[in-house]
Design a protein around this ligand. Sequence first.
Ligand code: FES
Length: 96
Amino acid sequence: MFKQQDEQIQQKMVSVTLDGEPRELPAGVSVAAGLFSIGEIISRISPSSGKPCSPHCLMGVCFECLMEIDGIQQQACVVEVQEGLVINRGSLGKKE
Ligand code: FES
């Protein structure tokens, strides 16, 4: 679904920390799009319903992509992937 259309284009990958684990994301796309590209479609667990949420609008309107990025609660669809980002999805990242 989010496969890159032109496979001739080599996307530069950068290192980030996702829920405490080192991961590679494509540089220059939104964090939400970068997470989609590696199959991470759940952005958070709804505090009211307890159900998983995924980015929906991808343009900063719905807040379904809200997660902690570099220590600040932000919409992942409006933050660009950069080397060294620390991304935490709250309870999604906690392993029991
Ligand atoms: S996906 Fe809607 S605000 Fe980010």
